[in-house]
Design a binder for this molecule. Structure first.
Ligand code: HEC
Length: 241
């Protein structure tokens, strides 16, 4: 009986998420891939940090985790601070943000935990042209979002062609048509957004990388312990059997 209750409790959260019905696409990222994380970090400081802060993220901690020296971090990733021990704050004041965007700009340190990687990846790839919105764009994943499509130079601009179908059947995948080309092909943009998503997941929990490494040693230790303990057990019990 206890086991049944436990099993039900364990699947409940997944059921709740499935019931949400919003369309998201799976993202296949790899936190072991330092190149991917570095590319994500670069995109983040170049395109996101001008509005969003990441107040829990220290530059030098990021350098260590991503395999970069302090000098590399300084040269490539620091535009908004001058000491590597500083956190990723932002010059934009809350009051100004409210005037410009009609809302405050959320800190992104732990957004991956609140939204999930799939949501972020889908969000970054579903901006579309909508002249009724203040910045001329809307987003499938976050309806009437207050954020402009800051990556339009890379992605180009597209329009949504199946809005009615999506309304009638929630969860339907959006269909887009390109109206202007960006600097990247669709595949390049997808891969860049995978890197950016991976970086945000890493930011949400920098300790994850450390834990991965620790895990290997723990398992190795258990294997060695077993190799020692098993013959010992045999030795102790052989007279009793
Ligand atoms: C020009 C300013 C600006 C820039 C640059 C910008 N954003 Fe935003 N972003 C916003 C605003 C404003 C909102 C709040 C939107 C709302 O609540 O309607 C937002 C919201 C978001 C959200 C939703 C947060 C949540 O959970 O509600 C995410 C995720 C996000 N931005 C990611 C990014 C990423 C990644 C980049 C860099 C590629 C970026 N933003 C660049 C202004 C900006």
């Amino acid at each position: 009986m206890k086991k049944t209750i436990l099993a039900i409790l364990m699947v409940l959260p997944t059921l709740a998420m499935a019931a949400g019905g919003a369309y998201t696409e799976k993202v296949d990222y790899d936190l072991h891939n330092k190149e991917s994380l570095q590319n994500g970090a670069k995109l983040f400081v170049n395109y996101c940090l001008s509005c969003h802060s990441a107040a829990y993220q220290r530059y030098n901690r990021m350098g260590d985790d991503l395999g970069l020296t302090d000098a590399q971090v300084k040269a490539n990733l620091m535009f908004a601070a001058d000491k590597v021990g500083e956190t990723m704050t932002v010059a934009l004041q809350t009051e100004d943000a409210k005037k410009m965007f009609g809302t405050k700009v959320p800190d992104l340190s732990v957004v991956s935990r609140a939204r999930g990687a799939d949501w972020l990846y889908t969000y970054l790839r579903t901006f579309y042209k909508d002249d009724s919105r203040p910045f001329g764009v809307n987003n499938v994943t976050f309806a009437d979002v207050g954020m402009p499509h800051v990556l339009w130079e890379l992605e180009g601009m597209k329009k949504l062609v199946n809005a009615d179908e999506m309304k009638a059947h929630p969860g339907t995948a959006p269909k887009f048509e390109k109206i202007s080309e960006g600097k990247m092909s669709a595949a390049e943009y997808d891969s860049a957004m995978r890197d950016l998503t991976a970086f945000m997941v890493y930011m949400g929990e920098p300790a994850k990388l450390v834990r991965y490494e620790l895990g290997i040693w723990v398992i190795l230790f258990l294997v060695i312990l077993f190799l020692v303990a098993y013959p010992m057990k045999k030795e102790f019990w052989k007279d009793i059997h």
